[in-house]
Design a protein around this ligand. Structure first.
Ligand SMILES: Cc1cc2nc3c(=O)[nH]c(=O)nc-3n(C[C@H](O)[C@H](O)[C@H](O)COP(=O)(O)OP(=O)(O)OC[C@H]3O[C@@H](n4cnc5c(N)ncnc54)[C@H](O)[C@@H]3O)c2cc1C
Length: 363
């Protein structure tokens, strides 16, 4: 595995940082669709980029605003599903539009009774001639309210069964698909999360992605990428809270000296620095396994997701401690990072589920 970044990737990091410095404003609302389109126009998103480049992009953007990560994860994951599993005509119809940001996508499998155990989904599609008739209720659909298309998963057998789950692509903007207003949540608020009701939606049978009954295989094969992106989001967030902790602790004086002169604060910062480096190395190793289709991919993507998001949660709590009262100001960087990091421990598979995956791969 290559540990040090090649010059080309270092240049890419610098170009991404320059884009943020010149084009984005911390205090302004972000239009995610416009952000993607501008990244595409600048060449920072393109079809030729490998996994490592895309996770570098995500890490740097997430240092700026950690919540952007979930938007990126979702769009990149949907692109991956279409690239790897969709028919040529679906690829033709959607891939260019997704890369350019003309279309924003949403990945929707979770339901009220199917969270960690996605085999319990109840959304159902029935074959009617050359069409599918769909009904279902989905929750936590990221990008839902800003999406043009939804990649969703439904039962296509008459009884609930893992082997009868099929992946379909449906339009977001039609009267049969009701996307409720954004679910208010603890953190990662920039990316919308939505509850979705699908009521008697008829779609062409060619909207099916992969074979009948391949839904779980498609979801699980793509979730490794989602986990690596989630780890990148955590690494970006962690590098942001480290920077804030250093900035504040070296400026703030109490009892006649800088608080960074006290051992208590030094230890927080030393631990953060150590874990950031370890997290980034694990992230890059996981990205390497994805790019090279290594048999360790499942284990490494779960290890990276688990380690990086736990480290982000622990150290953003410590960053709030270092900033004292200033760290409690609701919209301060560290207060929102603290809330965001908790959310990261839950999506793309909770950290308990990551441990199950790692143990299963080892045992
Ligand atoms: C912000 C956000 C964005 C999301 N985005 C999407 C999205 O875009 N698309 C989508 O389809 N879904 C999305 N989700 C859903 C997400 O994948 C689920 O929330 C997650 O998988 C956990 O499911 P749950 O919330 O139902 O928790 P549950 O599965 O009910 O778990 C509750 C608790 O039980 C534990 N637990 C469950 N099973 C086991 C077990 N076997 N062993 C040990 N512990 C266990 C869990 O770890 C957790 O601590 C998102 C969720 C959030 C919060």
């Amino acid at each position: 595995m290559q540990v040090l970044l090649e010059k080309e990737k270092e240049d890419f990091k610098q170009r991404t940082q320059a884009f943020i410095d010149t084009r984005l404003n911390k205090s302004k609302e972000l239009n995610l669709k416009a952000l993607w389109q501008n990244l595409y126009k600048e060449g920072l998103i393109n079809k030729e980029n490998g996994v490592l480049q895309n996770i570098l992009l995500s890490e740097i953007l997430c240092k700026f605003r950690p919540g952007i990560g979930l938007f990126l994860i979702t769009q990149f994951t949907c692109i991956e599903i279409i690239k790897n599993f969709a028919s040529d005509s679906l690829k033709e119809k959607y891939l260019n539009k997704l890369f350019s940001g003309e279309n924003i996508s949403c990945f929707s499998i979770t339901e009220p009774n199917a969270g960690s155990d996605v085999s319990m989904i109840e959304a159902f599609a029935e074959k009617k001639g050359n069409s599918w008739l769909l009904n279902g209720h989905k929750i936590w659909a990221s990008n839902g309210s800003i999406s043009d298309i939804i990649i969703t998963f439904v039962q296509t057998k008459s009884h609930k069964d893992k082997s009868g789950i099929t992946c379909l692509i449906i339009p977001s903007k039609c009267k049969e698909v009701e996307i409720l207003k954004d679910t208010p949540k603890l953190g990662v608020e920039i990316t919308p999360s939505n509850e979705v009701f699908i009521k008697n939606l008829t779609i062409d049978e060619n909207s099916q992605i992969g074979n009948l009954g391949d839904g779980i295989k498609i979801a699980l094969s793509t979730i490794t990428l989602g986990r690596i992106f989630c780890a990148a989001q955590a690494v970006g967030l962690l590098s942001g809270v480290l920077e804030e902790s250093i900035k504040h602790s070296t400026k703030r004086n109490q009892f006649g000296k800088s608080i960074s002169d006290y051992q208590a604060i030094k230890w927080y910062i030393a631990d953060m620095t150590k874990d950031l480096d370890a997290a980034r190395l694990l992230l890059h190793k996981a990205a390497w396994t994805k790019e090279n289709n290594s048999e360790e991919l499942n284990k490494l993507s779960s290890m990276a997701k688990y380690f990086c998001t736990s480290a982000a949660q622990k150290h953003s709590a410590n960053a709030v401690q270092i900033l004292g009262g200033a760290g409690l100001i609701k919209d301060s960087y560290v207060a929102s990072a603290y809330r965001d990091s908790k959310v990261l421990e839950i999506y793309e598979g909770t950290n308990e589920i990551q441990r199950l995956v790692i143990a299963r791969e080892i045992l």
